[in-house]
Ligand binder design. Structure first.
Ligand code: SF4
Ligand code: SF4
Length: 101
């Protein structure tokens, strides 16, 4: 938080979300790259997810319970720098995929 850049970030995020067009019933899945998570030092998703769907595992990975995800986008936002999260829409026709790198 803080700094003049935060506002720009908010706009970019809203813009990104606008392209997603939330629709209840459309199955969206978030894929977590455990290899990236193992080297992650922040574990920001664990505390950021309002539904507590990310759980650290004993081997340093992340267990993600996607079935209860309501697609708020918070995890993607906080993990943006790590690049571990990929949003995929297997049933949708839009083919929207957020991928880092
Ligand atoms: S999902 Fe992102 S923030 Fe969470 S542990 Fe993995 S790399 Fe870190
Ligand atoms: S989109 Fe929201 S509810 Fe779903 S896993 Fe990410 S932070 Fe949790």
């Amino acid at each position: 938080m803080g700094g003049g850049g935060g506002r720009l970030g908010d706009i970019a995020f809203e813009d990104r979300m606008a392209t997603v067009d939330f629709r209840v019933g459309e199955r969206a899945h978030i894929v977590v790259d455990s290899d990236v998570c193992r080297s992650c030092t922040t574990r920001a998703c664990v505390t950021a997810c309002p539904a507590n769907l990310f759980a650290p595992t004993a081997d340093g990975g992340i267990l993600f319970n996607y079935e209860q995800c309501f697609e708020c986008g918070t995890c993607y936002m906080v993990c943006n720098g790590e690049g571990a999260l990929t949003w995929t829409y297997p049933d949708g026709g839009q083919g929207v995929v957020f991928r880092q790198g």
